[in-house]
Design a protein around this ligand. Sequence first.
Ligand code: ZN
Length: 289
Amino acid sequence: MNIYKKMTSTLKLLTKHQIVIKKNDKNRKTMKKLNQINRRDFLISSLATAALTPGIVQCVFCDQPQKKHVVVVWSENTAPKDVYPKDINNAIADSLKSLDGWEVIAASIDEPHQGLPDDLLKRTDVLIWWGHKRHDEVKNELVDKIYKRVTEEGMGFISLHSSHFAKPYKKLMGTACTWREYKADGTSVKIIVKDPNHPIAKGVKDFELPKIERYGEPFAVPEPEAVVLDGIYTKPDGKTEPGRMGMCWTVGKGKVFYFTPGHETYDDFFRKEVIQIMKNAVQWACPAK
Ligand code: ZN
C-alpha cells in the first residue's frame, strides 16, 4: 500500500473509531480497546505525515531533531595508539561532532559488516575513509555498494592520505591512483589555499605541517574539477617540490574529495586547520536533499 492510501485509510479509521466510541460510551472495555487502536493509527498517521514533509526536524514522539545528515568516518584500526588512542576514525568523528545538523558515526573494519551494514550505508550522506595496511581485506561486495551509493545516489566520499589506494576510491577514480614516490623522511609542507572561494577552503588560510609523508607528483587520477589546496614540500636537504593537497571530482551523482596529508604517525587530524577542512569537505560533499 502506498503512503497516501495508508494515510487516507488511517484517517477513515480514526473517524470511524470516534463515532463508535460515542455510541459505546458506557462500555469502558470496548472504549479502552478502541482507544488503543486509535493511538496506534494516530502514530501511523503522524509518521506518514512526517515522512511526507520534507526537511522535518522534530520527531513526533520525542521532540528530538529527526532528519540530520549522517557522516560516517571509517578507518582500519592500524594507527599507532600513542598518536591516535581511539584510531583515526574517532579522532575525526570527535572533531566533527560540533557540526550542526549532523549525526557523526565512527566505523571500523573490525565491526560486523566491516563497519558499514546496509542500513547504515543507505542513510550515510558522506563517507570519510582512512585506510593503509588493510585495503585488501575490504570486501569487493562492500566496495560495489559504496560505488553505487556515490555514483547513483549521490553519497559524498572523502578519501584521506593512504586511502589513495583504498578500493572504493580506486573504483571511483577508475585509474591506478599511484603517486610517483612516498617518503616519510622529515619533509615539511606549506599548504596553500589555491581556490579560496571553494566551500572546502572556507575559513582556511595557508598553513604548515611540520612533518608530512611526501607523496610525489604526478598522481595518477583523472584531472580534478578543482584543486582547492596546493602544497610546497620542503625536503630535509632544503629543496622544495610542489604537490597537490586537496582535490575534488564529481563521479556520477556524488562528490569526491581527496586530501593528501594524514599519515598515521603525525597528529594532522588534531590540527585546527585540518579539522576545518574536514568540516568544510563534509558539508560540500553532502548530497542536496
Ligand atoms: Zn602514510
